[in-house]
Design a protein around this ligand. Structure first.
Ligand code: PNS
Length: 158
């Protein structure tokens, strides 16, 4: 059985993230979506809120579970018998940093990273851009699961 992790900040989860998780769930036996607890960055949504949004959005996928982690991703992988890391790649600009992280994680623990290319309709999409557009009143509902759109509007006091 192949167990993979889709790690990230997910602040908040977008349709781009969910597309990668869905496709990973078709390729591998078990997928854990792991939200980073980052003590250096508080984020717009709390980690618990992100977990709940991911749980609701991924509730239809039987082999997907949601969790949080702190510290090194490779240590989380070791503790949970995870075989590989799955990351989405939106553009060549993502590749340089993702390759560095993949090589570091491989060097630290021999854990490989599998890259899944983002679907073209999500190639421009990031949580940071979504938050920026939403803060200025732009419509981001086509980029987010419905419950994330609602939660974001509430968070921004709309
Ligand atoms: O959604 P993000 O912010 O691009 O996700 C980055 C993430 C969480 C995958 C990365 O920052 C990470 O793995 N952090 C955990 C700490 C760690 O293992 N750092 C070394 C990476 S080589």
């Amino acid at each position: 059985m192949t167990h993979v992790v889709c790690p990230g900040s997910f602040d908040p989860p977008t349709l781009g993230h969910l597309d990668i998780v869905r496709r990973a769930a078709q390729l591998f036996d078990r997928v854990t979506v792991a939200v980073l607890i980052n003590p250096d960055k508080s984020g717009l949504f709390t980690v618990d809120e992100r977990l709940e949004l991911l749980r609701v959005a991924g509730s239809g996928w039987a082999n997907v579970t949601v969790d949080s982690f702190d510290g090194l991703l490779v240590d989380y992988c070791r503790r949970n018998s995870i075989d590989a890391i799955v990351k989405g790649l939106r553009a060549v600009s993502d590749f340089e940093y993702e390759l560095q992280m993949a090589q570091m994680n491989s060097g630290l623990a021999g854990i490989d990273t599998v890259f899944i290319p983002a679907s073209p309709e999500h190639s421009f999409l990031s949580s940071s851009l979504v938050k920026q557009v939403a803060r200025y009143g732009g419509d981001v509902s086509a980029l987010l699961p419905a419950q994330v759109t609602t939660a974001l509007a509430r968070k921004l006091g709309r």
